[in-house]
Design a protein around this ligand. Structure first.
Ligand SMILES: Nc1nc2c(ncn2[C@@H]2O[C@H](COP(=O)(O)OP(=O)(O)O)[C@@H](O)[C@H]2O)c(=O)[nH]1
Ligand SMILES: [Mg+2]
Length: 285
């Protein structure tokens, strides 16, 4: 394990890395030893049928393993966030696509004043070895829609490599992890791959200072993506529309400080908490 100890920094935030994993044993063997030494590493297992949990514990005995309460990557992240004890949360996929060497870049952006350090494959210095042309096009359209409707200047809406200060978590109002699964197998809204969109829309609506950090997405090492481009793309589109409605319905609250380089446009009249408004009729499983 590489000994990058952030405690030796002048500002020494405690870092919690949250890793959602569904059948990622073979990838965890590669990525866990690459992680820097940080305050906390949380693995959120999604009913894996391989030996994801045993492998994680073998490779990194101090890892905290939790099981998610429902299904979907969004629910896994929400469960992981609930277990965070650090100052900074790093969202880190288990498939080998996130480069641990980039973590200091995210931390630096936060320490320098951002509330959120949002990874981007499509800003200068970013890239992807993993994305297909179809997914790139879809991502572009969804990103543009968000920028138009929410007044953001994001370059990458759906990327899973991001970091933020844990103090913002209550303001995100993610779906309650204690709610029971729907009896008919539908996912709760926010539990699926729309989670990155939910987060990015809420960062902006709450007037948070979001800085994009260039990131190069590497190839998934083993296995296949769990994402279904078309149905998950529609889920993201519905999310953007619902989040816009949510931000318009919200009442003013204290603004968070803006910075000129921020890619969200902090509202002069930011947002007060409201109930999660969306109850879609049909959802992809
Ligand atoms: N716990 C959990 N993790 C998941 C779930 N779906 C996806 N993941 C994890 O989320 C990360 C990103 O998922 P991936 O399938 O690679 O999607 P892609 O990166 O969008 O192609 C990987 O670490 C997956 O193992 C899930 O339902 N539960
Ligand atoms: Mg992936």
């Amino acid at each position: 394990m590489r000994a990058v100890n952030y405690r030796s920094e002048k500002l020494s935030p405690r870092i919690s890395i949250v890793i959602p994993a569904r059948n990622e044993a073979r990838n965890l063997e590669v990525i866990l030893p690459e992680l820097p030494l940080v305050h906390q590493v949380i693995l959120v297992d999604g009913d894996s049928v391989d030996d994801t949990i045993a492998t994680a514990l073998r490779v990194m005995p101090r890892i905290e393993v939790i099981r998610q309460t429902r299904k979907g990557k969004g629910n896994a992240l929400a469960c992981g966030f609930a277990a965070v004890t650090g100052d900074i949360v790093v969202m880190f996929d288990a498939d080998g696509s996130a480069d641990p060497a980039e973590i200091p870049r995210f931390v630096e952006a936060l320490v320098n004043g951002a509330d959120v350090a949002k990874g981007s494959r499509f800003c200068e210095g970013g890239g992807s070895e993993d994305i297909t042309r179809f997914r790139r096009l879809g991502n572009y359209g969804l990103n543009l829609t968000t920028n138009v409707l929410l007044g953001t200047r994001y370059t990458d809406l759906c990327y899973g490599y991001n970091a933020f200060w844990s103090y913002i978590l209550p303001r995100l109002e993610l779906p309650d992890i204690t709610l029971a699964r729907h009896a008919d197998g539908r996912m709760h809204w926010g539990d699926g791959f729309e989670i990155e969109t939910v987060l990015n829309c809420r960062f902006a609506a709450a007037g948070m200072n979001v800085i994009e950090v260039p990131s190069v997405e590497r190839l998934r090492i083993h296995g296949e993506s769990n994402l279904r481009a078309v149905s998950d793309g529609f889920r993201v589109l519905k999310t953007i529309l619902a989040e816009r409605k949510r931000s318009l319905r919200a009442l003013p609250a204290a603004p968070m400080p803006a910075r000129s380089s921020a890619v969200s446009s902090p509202r002069t009249q930011p947002v007060m908490a409201i109930d999660y408004p969306i109850q879609p009729k049909e959802e992809s499983a």
